[in-house]
Design a protein around this ligand. Structure first.
Ligand code: A3P
Length: 330
């Protein structure tokens, strides 16, 4: 791997999509979105995951996706640090600006041949892609063949991050508060939920799936060097110190906020997102929920977390969410 800078030269290629998808994004900027957040028809239950419109239109193609042993699948509940892990994995494998497609990505009326699941299917491995599908909704060949990296993030920060993201995503027409976003989580009407089943669905396979690497956003943010080394080992790649420090620099919050490949500024330019509400690359910290939760909301969220952790006690055994930054030197 060459030690080139990660400079975001390919502005037209967002890291979450491919060049072909970008062309469709331009068309979709003016296309009508049939269902917005909260509409009947906005969510479709697919093997236990509530897939949102228009992504669920890609599912027949996703179902036929054939993974092989070289493939790398990054799985997460949305807003859990997917793009950071995508950048790390891409840099370990290829160097340069990350181009990691979203497996079930779709825009209204997108021609099937433009769906990432279709274009990926035609590519030779190793392919790197990400998904927000829960474990039971994953194509079988991914579970049995691909290397799967799952990222979990504490639910309080995920709720806050989701609130900003949904309000900024114009086509969702979501104007809800953080409290209302929490209610959508609690009532299992959030995209790719239910949240706890998502985390627990992967967590329960940590001991029986050698091809699964389970990590938290908080671990990534607190000790990215260690995570880069561990991910590289999982992928069977040797990195020297220069490569590691290059990846650390390129995947830093500041770099990714300034790099137009990773900050997805083109979505603002296309009118799909309103960065005045929130940029795609927002704060990138642990514990921002403290700036948004009232004591009463925090009590409600804690109660929900406790109930859900009890319900999924077996699956989540030994796993603890991290809600604030710890002093790792202590
Ligand atoms: P916030 O909204 O809390 O800032 P995803 O990639 O799954 O959509 O997750 C988005 C969250 O990851 C956002 O959280 C974003 O700021 C954070 N993030 C993205 N890149 C990051 C980085 N390099 N370092 C720290 N956090 C990052």
């Amino acid at each position: 791997m060459a030690h080139t800078e990660f400079v975001g030269q390919s502005a037209e290629i967002p890291c979450t999509t491919t060049a072909t998808i970008n062309a469709a994004a331009t068309a979709a900027a003016t296309a009508a979105f049939k269902y917005k957040f909260g509409d009947e028809g906005y969510l479709l239950d697919y093997h236990g995951t509530k897939v949102c419109y228009p992504m669920y239109e890609s599912l027949p193609v996703v179902e036929r996706f054939q993974a092989n042993d070289k493939d790398i699948c990054i799985a997460s509940f949305p807003k859990s640090g997917t793009n950071l892990m995508a950048a790390i994995v891409w840099m370990i494998l290829h160097d340069g600006d990350p181009k990691v497609p979203h497996l079930e990505y779709a825009l209204p009326g997108m021609p099937p041949n433009m769906l990432p699941a279709n274009t990926l299917n035609k590519q030779a491995g190793p392919r790197v892609f990400y998904t927000h599908l829960g474990y039971n909704a994953l194509p079988e060949s991914i579970k049995t063949h691909a290397k799967v990296i799952y990222i979990a993030r504490n639910p309080k920060d995920v709720i806050v991050s989701t609130n900003y993201f949904f309000r900024a995503l114009k086509f969702k027409q979501f104007t809800g508060t953080v409290q209302e976003t929490f209610q959508s989580f609690m009532n299992n009407v959030c995209a790719f939920g239910p949240y706890f089943d998502h985390v627990a669905g992967y967590r329960r396979h940590v001991s029986d799936m050698a091809n699964l690497f389970f990590i938290t956003y908080e671990e990534m943010v607190q000790d990215v060097e260690n995570i880069i080394k561990r991910v590289a080992r999982f992928l069977g790649k040797e990195l020297d110190n220069m490569q590691i420090s290059n990846i650390m620099r390129c995947c830093s919050r500041e770099q990714m906020q300034n790099n137009h490949t990773t900050n997805l500024a083109h979505l603002h330019q296309l009118g799909l997102m309103d960065f005045n509400v929130s940029p795609f690359m927002r704060k990138g910290i642990i514990g921002d929920w403290k700036n948004h939760f009232s004591p009463e909301l925090n009590r409600q969220v804690d109660k929900w977390i406790e109930q859900e952790q009890q319900r999924l006690h077996n699956e989540l055994k030994g796993f603890h969410f991290q809600y604030e930054t710890y002093n790792i030197a202590a």
